[in-house]
Write a protein that binds this ligand. Structure first.
Ligand code: SF4
Length: 399
C-alpha cells in the first residue's frame, strides 16, 4: 500500500472529502458512508477501505500502473468510474406563475415561455413544468389548460418526457380539483397549516386543520392524482409533528411530504445547537412513523441529485412571472460549500439570507441537510443490501 493512511477512527478524519468528488462521511466508529454524488453512487465501508481508496486515488494521479486491481474492480462493480466517463445530465425546469395580485399571465406569454424552454429534445431528459396560482381565477385556469394542451400537442410523443405539476397554495373546490387532476401529472399542495402547540391548545392537533383544505386533500386522493405536500415547520410544531403528519398522510395518501424547517438558524461551528437537534429528532421520528404508510418525509434540499434550494426550487428552474419577466432562485455556492458532501444535492445557501463574512462556515441548517441526506442514502443502501444508485429520472421530483 502506498501513501499515508488518513483514517484510523471516525474521529481522526480531517474531513469527509477523500478524493475529488468522493466523500467518506462518518456513520459510527470505523464505518463510513462512501458517497460519490456526481456519479450518484454510495455504499458503506470501513476505515480500512477508506484508506485503500485514498491510497489508490493518490497512486492513480502518479501512475495508472499503481492501481489496486482488487479495489478497482470493486469500485467498478459498485458503479464508481472515472469522472470523465460520466455524461453530463441536462435538466430543464420551468415555473409559470399565472397570477400576481390582479395581473394574470396571457396565453401568449405562457406559450412563448413554454416554446423557448421545452423544445422537442425534452424526451429522455429530466424536464419539469410547474403551474402556480390557479385558485379561484378562471383566467389562470384557462392559461393552464390552453398552454399545456398546446405544448403537449407540439411535443407529440416527446411530451412523455415532461412532468407537469400543479402547485396549489390555497384551497380548490371540487370542480377545480377535478380539473387539476385531469390535466397535470402530479399536484403539489403547499400550505402553512401545521397546528402549533400555542394555538388552541385544548384541541387535539387533528381538529386544528382547516376543514375545506382537508376536504381538498380527500378529493385529490380519491381522484388518484399523485400528490405531495410541502409545509413549513417551526419549533412550535415539533410537539405533535408525527401525529399531525400521520393524520394528513392518511387523508391525502401522500407518497411524499416535504418539510421546510423555519427557524432562526445559528452559525455552524462544528456542533449542532439544541434546537437543531430537536428539529432533526422530530424529522427522524416522523420519518420512522410514516414509513409503514409508504410516505417519505423529506426536508427541502435533501433529495439526492436534485440540487434543490431551501424553498424547494431546483437550481435549474426559471420562474416566469405574469408580466413575462423571469427570476431564478439561488444557484451559487459560497466558499464554505467547498468540500461539503451535500453540494450535489443542496442548491447552496439562500441568496436572500443576510451576507456573511468570510469566517462564516455555513448555518445550523447545513447540519440538518447533511444528516437527513445521509439518512436517505443509508436507507437506500439498506434496501438494496449492497449500495445505493441514484435513479436519474427520479431525481426530478420523487427520488
Ligand atoms: S449550503 Fe450548507 S449544506 Fe448546502 S452545500 Fe453549502 S455547506 Fe453544504
Amino acid at each position: 500500500m502506498t501513501g499515508a493512511s488518513v483514517v484510523t477512527t471516525s474521529t481522526t478524519m480531517p474531513g469527509p472529502q477523500i478524493a475529488g468528488e468522493f466523500f467518506a462521511v462518518p456513520l459510527e466508529p470505523y464505518r463510513y458512508l462512501l458517497y460519490a454524488p456526481e456519479m450518484g453512487v454510495a455504499f458503506v465501508g470501513t476505515a480500512r477501505l477508506v484508506n485503500r481508496i485514498v491510497d489508490m486515488c493518490s497512486s492513480v494521479s502518479k501512475s495508472r500502473s499503481c492501481l489496486d486491481p482488487e479495489l478497482s474492480a470493486l469500485l467498478q462493480s459498485l458503479g464508481i468510474r472515472d469522472a470523465d466517463d460520466e455524461e453530463a445530465e441536462a435538466r430543464i425546469a420551468l415555473e409559470l406563475r399565472l397570477r400576481s395580485g390582479n395581473v394574470v399571465m396571457t396565453d401568449q406569454t405562457a406559450l412563448e415561455a413554454l416554446d423557448s424552454t421545452f423544445s422537442s429534445t425534452v424526451a429522455g431528459r429530466r424536464a419539469r413544468l410547474r403551474y402556480v396560482g390557479m385558485e379561484g381565477c378562471a383566467d389562470a385556469w384557462h392559461v393552464l389548460e390552453y398552454s399545456l394542451a398546446h405544448t403537449r400537442a407540439r411535443l407529440g410523443e416527446d411530451a412523455r418526457g415532461l412532468e407537469v405539476i400543479g402547485v396549489v397554495t390555497g384551497v380548490l373546490g371540487p370542480e377545480e380539483t377535478a380539473r387539476m387532476s385531469a390535466c397535470v401529472d402530479a399536484v403539489e399542495v403547499c400550505a402553512d397549516v401545521l397546528p402549533g402547540v400555542e394555538s388552541r391548545p385544548n384541541l387535539p392537533a387533528l381538529q386544528r386543520f382547516p376543514v375545506d383544505w382537508l376536504e381538498m386533500l380527500r378529493l385529490l386522493n380519491a381522484a388518484g392524482c399523485p400528490t405531495s405536500l410541502r409545509i413549513p415547520v417551526t419549533l412550535a410544531h415539533l410537539h405533535d409533528l408525527t401525529e399531525s403528519l400521520h393524520y394528513l398522510c392518511e387523508i391525502g395518501g401522500f407518497e411524499e411530504i416535504v418539510l421546510e424547517p423555519s427557524m432562526r438558524w445559528g452559525c455552524w461551528n462544528g456542533t449542532p445547537e439544541s434546537e437543531t437537534l430537536a428539529m432533526l429528532e422530530a424529522f427522524r421520528a416522523a420519518q420512522r412513523a410514516l414509513a409503514p404508510l409508504h410516505c417519505s418525509i423529506r426536508m427541502a434540499g435533501t433529495q439526492p441529485g436534485s440540487r434543490e434550494s431551501f424553498c424547494g426550487a431546483p437550481v435549474e428552474q426559471i420562474a416566469v412571472l405574469p408580466n413575462g419577466s423571469t427570476s431564478q432562485c439561488c444557484g451559487s455556492f459560497e466558499h464554505y460549500c467547498d468540500g461539503c458532501f451535500a453540494r450535489g444535492d443542496c442548491a447552496g445557501p439562500c441568496q436572500t439570507a443576510e451576507p456573511r463574512d468570510v469566517a462564516f462556515q455555513g448555518s445550523q441548517r447545513c447540519h440538518l441537510i447533511r444528516e437527513l441526506l445521509k439518512d436517505r442514502i443509508v436507507a437506500g443502501i439498506a434496501r438494496s443490501g449492497v449500495s445505493w444508485r441514484r435513479s436519474r429520472m427520479a431525481a426530478v421530483s420523487h427520488a
